[in-house]
Design a protein around this ligand. Structure first.
Ligand code: DAH
Length: 341
């Protein structure tokens, strides 16, 4: 009997060594301590043992069982510790690995110039307005004093979507929308930045899509002198406090009189250089006093109200300020270009 017990202990000690999982351990537990364990046979044998020896063997069997239970318990603790260790190992973070770099975006140069111009005008008490890029012929042309057969429509090659709808060719229709919205006919000072579209073949200086900023002031006492003062202020903020401006007579159907605005060359200070083609002046935008027909079409009495308007190309301002030689650089998304600003 004692030998048999020793053998059992021996065999379980061997088997326990190879255990790697709690599952295997439970199986082993069943084999040695379960209902159909090896001890069952021993218990049967115990019946044949002489009466006075029974307590001794009973005790030995119990001790062996306790021994095994202890061994299994130790093995369990061991396996669990090993599992935790393995898990920790697989989850360790190597803090010395290089991190992921995120490319921070930055504002496109066009957005920057729009914001710069917005800031200048906001400082003068203007509000920013927006309008749709798909516009009606009525607002884009007709109500801006450009009836259907007007030759000046040819100044802007248009992208028509239908007979009555087109991609707006300029931001001036926002003037019309803002006038119509102003039903109380209160004094107004607005600017409208936005994309405009032309049926142009793209090249170094032309683009089928570009950006304009429109400004409109309407009040009962608005004069050309107010326009001039505003233009000078704008030119100096954009191109330097030493700048002067020059107004040349021009023509736009929606303004009368109309002017083309030049700024004194900021490269040569007006002396004449390659930048200003020797003239000392650089053209920056178009402007004028709002044509009576535009005011009347929107329901404003042109005997009571006057206004001025101006429209500038954002790309042109950026090209001049930053010496860019190809308008396509703004939309071809070459990061080497975009990141310079
Ligand atoms: N809408 C004109 C264009 O796209 C620009 C312009 C000129 C707007 C004079 C104005 C203005 O408001 O007064 O060519």
């Amino acid at each position: 009997m004692e030998k048999k017990l020793d053998k059992i202990i021996d065999s379980i000690s061997n088997e326990i060594k190879d255990l790697t999982s709690i599952n295997d351990l439970n199986q082993l537990k069943g084999k040695y301590l379960g209902r159909k364990s090896v001890f069952n046979d021993l218990m049967k044998e115990l019946k044949n043992v002489p009466k006075e020896e029974k307590p001794k063997f009973g005790l030995l069997i119990n001790q062996a069982k306790q021994n095994i239970a202890k061994m299994l318990e130790d093995a369990k603790t061991n396996i669990e510790a090993k599992m935790i260790e393995a898990k920790l190992k697989s989850e360790t973070i190597d803090v010395t690995l290089p991190g992921k770099t995120f490319n921070a975006g930055s504002k496109h140069l066009i957005s920057q110039v729009i914001e710069e111009v917005e800031d200048i005008f906001l400082g003068l008490g203007y509000t920013v307005k927006e309008g749709p890029e798909v516009e009606t012929d009525l607002y884009n042309f007709e109500m801006l004093n450009l009836p259907k057969d007007h030759p000046a429509r040819d100044m802007q090659d248009s992208l028509y979507i239908s007979e009555e709808k087109l991609m707006r060719t300029h931001t001036s229709p926002v003037q019309v929308r803002s006038l119509l919205e102003n039903t109380k006919q209160e004094p107004m000072k607005i600017i409208c930045p936005g994309k405009v579209y032309r049926k142009d073949d793209d090249d170094q200086t032309h683009s089928h899509q570009f950006t304009q900023i429109e400004a409109l002031v309407v009040d009962k006492k608005t004069t050309l002198a107010d326009l001039k003062g505003t233009l000078l202020f704008l030119a100096r903020k954009l191109f330097g406090e030493e700048r002067e401006i020059r107004l040349r007579p021009s023509y736009f159907p929606f303004t009368e009189p109309s002017v083309e605005v030049d700024v004194s060359c900021y490269k040569c200070n007006g002396k004449g250089c390659s930048m200003c083609k020797g003239t000392g002046w650089i053209e920056i935008l178009g402007a004028g006093m709002v044509n009576n027909n535009v005011l009347e079409a929107a329901g404003f009495d042109s005997n009571t109200y006057q206004g001025f308007a101006l429209g500038m190309g954002v790309e042109r301002i950026a090209i001049l300020k930053y010496g860019i030689d190809d308008i396509r650089a703004f939309y071809t998304n070459d990061l080497r270009f975009n990141k310079q600003f």
